[in-house]
Design a protein around this ligand. Structure first.
Ligand SMILES: CC(=O)N[C@H](C=O)[C@@H](O)[C@H](O)[C@H](O)COP(=O)(O)O
Ligand SMILES: C=C(OP(=O)(O)O)C(=O)O
Length: 349
């Protein structure tokens, strides 16, 4: 099983804990102080990593697209370009945020929304680079990213399985230090569209860790993803879901994110082994409530135990485990036995 090495101590895949990404994206409203609060909140919630989105607007969008009016309640400007410029941190602000995350003690990275941003992120030495669903059909970029041989986490929204196979082939031709995330790109995703069992197909098809980037409301789907084997989990984080911005509605507050992390760790601990066995924590209940074999009536030494003579009850002291019922029937008593007395090995022959 391929493991993706993020740092000396942190690996993704195999038996490593699920790598949980707190996606700030653009929920910082273009305000570096809010960005820092979100970094701290991600750390306090126990996320494995905090993530932003780095864009070089000229590289990602055409001039005409940037001039398009963006007239909706989530807009930060009259045109899409003005809106995006408001939300985009400069390279020096990125360096400041990276430094702040190091001080706080949480891994920091960003999605590279284009090749220029990819180079910048390599330059500042983030531990891995995310490639979002906006580039799941951008084979040129994916080839470029693969050639740089840095760990990648790649989302696969907005394309079908054949494109995901192409992504896998492109990157794995260069290296296997990447993860594939199932993702549906809608804000928010209706539950019926999550198609979470795609994860099982990804697990069967691809020899790299797979995970889930969730844009649906709440935490239930993300938790189910972990139960289905997601080794990476990404959810948006926000200080306030009522803030202006496209992604707040499908984000988690710091309190919800903390609960998500706790629930993920509980789920991981609970998946355990597929071998059904009696575990140590059951012993008190076995002692207290498990049934055993007892006499259904008073009988004497030398008498035969007929079916109605043996009962299955919670008893003190215990008799033989009730699973042995059939083995006792038609055996001969070796001792006199009173009604309700336990039946143990050696009491019959
Ligand atoms: C596909 C993709 O990039 N999705 C990102 C990650 O989930 C989103 O955060 C977008 O950047 C966001 O929804 C864009 O919103 P607006 O267009 O209002 O800036
Ligand atoms: C678009 C992004 O992610 P996803 O496709 O996983 O939502 C991103 O990380 O910028």
């Amino acid at each position: 099983m391929v493991e993706v090495k993020i740092t000396e101590n942190i690996k993704i895949g195999g038996n490593n804990p699920c790598f949980i990404i707190a996606e700030v994206g653009q929920n910082h409203q273009g305000d570096i102080e809010i960005a820092k609060k979100l970094i701290k909140a991600a750390k306090d919630a126990g996320a494995s990593c905090v993530k932003f989105q780095k864009t070089c607007l000229k590289e990602k969008f055409t001039k005409k697209y940037l001039e398009r009016p963006y007239d909706n309640p989530n807009s930060w400007g009259e045109t899409y370009g003005e809106h995006k410029r408001h939300l985009e941190f400069s390279e020096s602000q990125y360096r400041e945020l990276f430094k702040y995350a190091q001080e706080v003690g949480i891994l920091f990275t960003a999605s590279a929304m284009d090749m220029v941003s990819f180079d910048f992120l390599i330059n500042i030495k983030v531990p891995f680079i995310k490639i979002g669903s906006g580039d799941s059909n951008n084979l040129l970029f994916l080839k470029y990213a693969a050639s740089k041989k840095v760990p990648l986490i790649i989302s696969t929204g907005m394309v079908d399985k054949s494109a995901v196979k192409t992504i896998y082939d492109i990157i794995s031709a260069q290296h296997k230090q990447f993860c594939l995330l199932h993702c549906i790109s809608a804000y928010p995703v209706p539950f019926e569209d999550c198609n979470l069992t795609v994860l099982l197909d990804y697990k069967n098809t691809f020899d790299v860790p797979v995970g889930y980037s969730g844009q649906e409301v709440g935490t239930a789907v993300a938790l189910a993803a972990v139960a289905l084997g997601a080794k990476v989990l990404e959810k948006h984080i926000t200080l306030d879901k009522t803030m202006k911005g496209t992604d707040h509605v499908c984000s988690l507050t710091p309190v919800e994110f903390k609960q998500l992390v706790k629930d993920v760790r509980d789920i991981e601990a609970s998946l355990g082994t597929p071998i059904k066995k009696v575990v140590t924590s059951e012993i008190p209940c076995i002692d207290k409530l498990q049934k055993s074999l007892v006499m259904g009536c008073t009988k004497n030494k030398g008498e035969i135990l007929y079916p109605g003579d043996v009962k299955i009850k919670v008893a003190e002291p215990k008799g033989l485990n009730a699973l042995h019922f059939e083995e006792v029937i038609y055996k001969t008593l070796v001792y006199d036995k009173k009604e309700d007395e336990p039946l143990n090995e050696g009491d019959f022959c």
